[in-house]
Design a protein around this ligand. Structure first.
Ligand code: R2B
Ligand code: URA
Length: 300
């Protein structure tokens, strides 16, 4: 089967002679000869992203084990000088932090998409490995996103561009979802991995219908009616990146998947009350699922 490099959706990139990926602190000095970038990143097949630098470092160490890479050195943060995001490279896998929410994630996502284009990476797959709130599923459930809804309960991503409201579709590719479930989930894991719709909001508190933020102008009944509406739409988890992530990757035709573990069942409460030990245990679960999926993907 023929392999593809990312095309992107910006004709200006063809006429720029250089491109500084500012937040990554990676300079593409000559866009007509990117052999240096290809040399550094051309083998990358999977770009894993997640909220924190620490979690991405732990994921990098875990991916060494999964891929059988015998390296005991401290993982090197390739973006350290950018002071914004952290990036670790483990063979053909990048592990990159994206911060909280679509606004911080979209900055690094644009630059990562340009990086894989300049590096001519073949069939790159972008994954988000995160945490979320659950709706009617036990805490610790791993959810692989199907359709991404925004905070208006629409299966789309809305963004202001040049003073206009621009709305784009927000679906993840079916084959990625299917393969994550087929190769990543194991019935003996001791937790459930499901595929379902996800709501990505721009606010952790009011945007997710919490009543424990600094502002709340609705009742508990309003909140429960909203969460029930989410449930009726097949939404089983709420986080803060899915609709942007789905829409940007869908727009440029790059494969992507969102794999998150629920920390709380929002039908039972708003506060995340699990212990830090439990949280660390839960955070390993998407690693397990994604690790198996990546191993299989790299064998193909
Ligand atoms: C899940 O957890 C973070 C907020 O606590 C956010 O990045 C998200 O989507
Ligand atoms: N992340 C979220 O965005 N919401 C939650 O409820 C938990 C984690």
């Amino acid at each position: 089967m023929s392999k593809n490099t990312a095309k992107l959706a910006n004709p200006n990139l063809e006429t720029m002679s250089s491109d500084f990926l500012y937040h990554l602190d990676i300079n593409v000095a000559n866009t007509k000869d990117t052999s240096d970038i290809e040399h550094r990143f051309g083998d990358v097949r999977v770009i894993c992203t997640g909220g924190t630098a620490l979690r991405m470092r732990v994921l990098a160490l875990y991916m060494r084990k999964v891929l059988g890479i015998a390296d005991t050195s401290d993982p090197v943060d390739l973006c350290e000088r950018g002071h914004r995001y952290a990036m670790f490279k483990v063979g053909p896998v990048l592990c990159v932090s994206h911060g909280v929410g679509s606004s911080t994630f979209s900055v690094v996502l644009h630059e990562l998409l340009k990086l894989v284009k300049y590096a001519r990476c073949q069939d790159p797959v972008f994954l988000r490995i995160g945490t979320c709130g659950g709706i009617g599923v036990p805490p610790g459930t791993v959810v692989v996103t199907k359709d991404a809804f925004n905070g208006l309960l629409r299966n789309e991503h809305e963004i202001a561009i040049l003073g206009q409201r621009v709305v784009r579709p927000a679906q993840f590719p079916e084959d990625v979802i299917k393969n994550i479930l087929a190769y990543g989930a194991d019935p003996n894991d001791g937790f459930q991995t499901i595929s379902a719709n996800t709501m990505g909001t721009d606010c952790f508190y009011e945007g997710q219908g919490r009543t424990d933020g600094a502002i709340c102008e609705y009742t508990d009944e309003d909140k429960m009616a909203f969460l029930q509406k989410c449930h009726d739409l097949g939404i089983r988890n709420i986080e803060m990146e899915a609709s942007m992530f789905a829409s940007v990757t869908q727009k440029v035709g790059v494969k992507a998947g969102d794999v998150c573990v629920t920390l709380v069942n929002r039908l039972a409460g708003d506060q995340v009350t699990i212990t830090m030990d439990q949280k660390h245990d839960f955070e390993q679960r998407p690693f397990l699922v994604v690790g198996r999926y990546i191993k299989k993907l790299l064998q193909q």
